[in-house]
Design a binder for this molecule. Structure first.
Ligand code: UT7
Length: 324
């Protein structure tokens, strides 16, 4: 018998405001056709004025608690993956804790940009398997619209706001790849590539929060290889291969990266939960958003093998294999 961190419920929240590609045509030298064909994005959501990352995270958390049939005080801790916190500190997780009215447990944030939710899942898995917590609320939440340079057409058309949440609980497993729960993980980073994707401000440099800068084409060239490799590593760690995967729930940055990675794993696109067309790139929120969409519409079923992979600023990248 071994301990496994299994999914108990999932939920998501998207802000009301839907922004179609055509909205950018009025202010930028861009087109719906360019954005669609280069990235797969058709629309994205932007948070309302005054609506913060912890607001989105709390809405997603409530949806996940409802889905799991649990109340906030059933949860031992909250881990939020975000690069766009409400404030420099305290953590978004402690703000969510207060907004949920949770009077026990702990909360902290994880920052690994677009790979943040994968990093948060690895952390939650380690805490549950080692007995430090029985039930954890793991959230990816972002308001990337707040760090956009609206004059930079190469970045501002790509990102969106949103939040997704997953509740993990502890169950006994047999130790085989047939168990439910997180079966394996793989994390990587390479800090030499900071220039490919970063925010040009911060507490100990400019004293401002800064704007996102990206050399998208350089990152694009790194992405498919690194994502396929981390996915294969994670699958091999639990004695599985691409052929065993029921659903890829990838980070949603670009449909061409998603399709290239699926192809390398030998999987057709109808095995991919795709939300990039509706959500844009929501960084750490994209995987839990897509997961919640796939569970809610009935595609992801109990017992299905789910593979998630992500890459982003750092560079930081990784994968998680989870049996739903
Ligand atoms: O989530 C974190 C990880 N992020 C990613 O993984 C993003 C990875 N990168 C990408 O998704 C793609 O590289 C982009 C979608 C960002 C760009 O696609 P691309 O095919 O790599 O295009 P490019 O950057 O090479 O640009 C091609 C052309 C350039 O013009 P020239 O130099 O060929 O004349 C750009 O200036 O497209 C131009 N361009 C645009 N044109 C119209 C850049 N942005 C736009 C735009 N509208 N919004």
């Amino acid at each position: 018998m071994i301990k496994r961190a299994v999914a108990l419920g999932t939920g998501h929240y998207l802000p009301d405001r839907i922004v179609p590609n055509s909205e950018f045509e009025a202010t930028l030298d861009t087109s719906d056709e360019w954005i669609r064909s280069r990235s797969g994005i058709e629309r994205r959501r932007f948070a309302a004025e005054g609506q913060t990352t912890s607001d989105l995270a709390t809405r997603a958390a409530r949806a996940a608690l409802d889905n799991a049939g649990l109340s906030p005080d059933d949860i031992d801790g909250i881990i939020v993956a975000t690069s766009t916190p409400d404030l420099t500190f305290p953590s978004v997780a402690t703000m969510v804790q207060a907004k949920l009215g949770m009077t026990r447990g702990f909360g902290f944030d994880v920052q690994a940009v677009c790979a943040g939710f994968v990093y948060a899942l690895c952390t939650a898995n380690a805490m549950i398997v080692s007995g430090q917590a029985d039930r954890l609320l793991v959230i990816g939440a972002e308001t990337f619209s707040r760090i956009m340079d609206w004059t930079d057409r190469s970045t501002c058309v790509l990102f969106g706001d949103g939040a997704g949440a997953l509740i993990l609980g502890r169950e006994d497993g047999t130790g085989t790849s047939q168990d439910r729960g997180i079966l394996s993980t793989d994390l990587n980073s390479d800090g030499r590539h900071l220039d490919m994707l970063y925010v040009d401000g911060g507490v100990s440099t400019t004293g401002t929060s800064g704007k996102l800068r990206m050399q998208g084409n350089l990152l694009f060239r790194q992405a498919v290889d690194k994502l396929a490799r981390t996915a294969v590593t994670a699958l091999e760690r639990c004695a599985l291969s691409g052929a065993d995967v029921d659903w890829i729930v990838p980070h949603q940055a670009n449909i061409r990266i998603i399709a290239g990675t699926a192809k390398k794993l030998g999987l057709p696109m109808d095995r991919v939960i795709l939300t990039v067309q509706d959500h844009g790139n929501t960084s750490a929120a994209s995987i839990p958003l897509a997961l919640s969409v796939g569970v809610q519409d009935g595609r992801i079923k109990r017992g299905d093998l789910v593979l998630s992979e992500a890459i982003g600023g750092g560079l930081a990248w990784g994968a998680v294999v989870l049996r739903w």
